[in-house]
Design a protein around this ligand. Structure first.
Ligand code: GLC
Length: 550
């Protein structure tokens, strides 16, 4: 795809913020967050500076998998409000310049979805072929996504004697995306939400949803979806969840044509980040970034620190994973599915503000677009008393009032418990941080503003800058009109980092975008960057005559 108008490719430089309506703000005090509550927090999100809101599933659901088990793709769980309230949120967000994307969960439905209920009626039912059936499970069954909960991916329907596939929980039967009718249903769902005003979709569990039972190239389905998205919304995008090695992710982007998924989360770099933090050594991140394929110019990486699931470390070696576990999840109860950590970042590093700022500065400086998970901007922790992944899904902490200002309902009526302890609302909340200059929230505002003023990060050509310290990552992004150098220290020792940039004109200055500091490179483009322990710097290369604000 040729880039003609870069402003259409808004995701290249988006700041995405993910939240679940259920746990954000409860406006009617019934104990569950709702769309009216969210509508009242759009100004907060605008103040923070995010440019794209990603809404976790809010559709009718038995809620056995946090709403990723859907019974109606066209509706809203009545506890959150109705479609009118949803449109109100879309409209308010648009008015404040914030795009909205929603979860598209079409690998599976809930077993309570009317299609599956019909399918269960018998082999001749019209909806039978909406799902994947077999008389006997295949000899080499793929591993279930929750291997310690489900012992396989095929479950016997006793009535018909056939097995249906479920890549996730057994109450989530996989849709048969090879069936043209199912593909039409998916297109209709996408069309519906575009018509209501969304700007794109976070596509759930993409590798599972591509059919491997049909003769055609599985990526053709993605290409068809992307083309359809283009037709329905010229500026719509698909942000895919593909937790695979970089070279395999490249295929999901559509390789050099870039006509598959528009964006993908970079799970590889996310896992490398935690290994790097645990070792206080930046080299795993450098290695991961070097292994990233260069994308077609309209595609993008989504960088993140945490999300709503366990911190999945499945792509690390066994030894590295155990090392990260020992550092960051010393207690068995902090681990999940043998591969992940059910915690948020701040408690892992004892809430050290230097390290927290360094991690987010690093994440925002990586080529791509940053994706935040609600509460990260204030440094929320997890609630390990809650089961499984619920630990990282506790209500947003607005104030030190009852229930953290999330809801006026009595504690026992809350949809999920508020976090306690040192990261609870008494110590960590929006009200306390919003007006404090030295707070994490204020840091995030500055970080987001600076990212938005630095299109090099989303658009630039990336390279790692050689320097002598293992704990330090220095990287640069360069477009025809600008260059940014980012230097991060993963270790506690301060360093003076010697770097050299090519092709600098005489008189070029290097301006620190966070600290009032100007460096003067010598005639060979060399200069020293002083870094505190866990320090971070973003440096703009300002050529003589450059009129950009720094
Ligand atoms: C994705 C979601 C996860 C969900 C699963 C099944 O991995 O992130 O929360 O359980 O898909 O839909």
């Amino acid at each position: 795809m040729k880039v003609t108008d870069t402003s259409d490719l808004w995701w290249k430089t988006a700041v995405v913020y993910n939240l679940d309506v259920e746990t954000y703000l409860d406006w009617n005090d019934d104990g569950t967050g709702d769309f009216q509550g969210l509508a009242h927090r759009i100004d907060y999100l605008a103040e923070l500076g995010v440019t794209c809101l990603w809404l976790a599933p809010f559709y009718p659901s038995p809620q056995k998998d946090n709403g990723y088990d859907i019974t109606d793709y066209y509706g809203v769980d009545p506890r959150y409000g109705h479609l009118g309230d949803v449109v109100e949120v879309f409209r308010t967000a648009k008015d404040r310049g914030i795009r909205v994307i929603v979860d598209l969960v079409v690998n599976h439905t809930s077993d309570q979805h009317p299609w599956f209920k019909e399918a269960l009626k018998g082999k001749d039912n019209h909806f039978r072929d909406y799902y994947r059936w077999r008389d006997t499970p295949p000899a080499n069954q793929a591993e279930n996504a929750f291997p310690d909960v489900e012992d396989g991916t095929w479950f016997l329907d006793e009535k018909s004697g056939q097995y249906y596939r479920h890549s996730f929980y057994r109450h989530q039967p996989d849709l048969n995306t090879a069936n043209p009718e199912v593909r039409d249903e998916i297109a209709k769902i996408i069309g519906f939400w575009f018509q209501l005003g969304v700007d794109g979709f976070r596509v759930d569990a993409v590798p599972y949803l591509l059919d491997d039972d049909t003769p055609d190239d599985p990526y053709d389905f993605l290409r068809t979806l992307r083309r359809y998205v283009g037709r329905r919304s010229g500026t719509g995008m698909l942000l895919g969840e593909v937790n695979l090695p970089h070279d395999e992710q490249y295929e999901f982007f559509g390789e050099e044509d870039g006509d598959g998924l528009t964006m993908q989360f970079d799970f590889v770099t996310n896992q490398a980040l935690y290994l790097a933090l645990a070792r206080e050594d930046a080299r795993p991140i450098a290695e991961s970034l070097r292994s990233r394929p260069v994308l077609e110019s309209s595609n993008q990486w989504g960088n993140f620190v945490r999300n709503h699931d366990e911190l999945n470390l499945n792509q690390l070696s066994e030894e590295d994973r155990q090392f990260v576990f020992e550092q960051f999840a010393p207690d068995e109860s902090m681990r999940l599915h043998g591969r992940g950590i059910r915690r948020r970042l701040p408690p892992l590093i004892d809430g050290d503000p230097r390290r927290l700022e360094m991690v987010y500065s690093l994440m925002f400086s990586l080529p791509g677009a940053p994706v935040l998970y609600y509460g990260e901007e204030i440094g929320m922790g997890e609630n390990l008393d809650l089961p499984d992944r619920e630990a990282v899904r506790s209500p947003m902490q607005w104030s030190d009032q009852e229930n953290g200002g999330f809801s006026g309902a009595s504690k026992r009526k809350l949809v999920t418990a508020v976090t306690g302890g040192g990261f609870g609302p008494e110590y960590v909340n929006v009200a306390q941080q919003r007006h404090a200059e030295s707070s994490l929230f204020s840091f995030f505002r500055a970080l987001i503003r600076t990212y938005r003023n630095s299109p090099e990060i989303g658009w630039g050509e990336f390279s790692i800058v050689e320097q002598p310290f293992d704990a330090v990552l220095a990287h640069t992004m360069r477009t025809e009109t600008g260059q940014l150098l980012a230097v991060h220290n993963l270790g506690s020792e301060p360093h003076t980092v010697p770097v050299a940039l090519d092709d600098l004109e005489p008189g070029t200055r290097v301006v620190d975008l966070f600290h009032d500091h100007i460096l003067e490179p010598d005639e060979k483009g060399r200069f020293d960057v002083p870094l505190d322990g866990y320090g971070h710097r973003w440096l703009r290369v300002v050529h003589p005559g450059d009129k950009r604000l720094t």
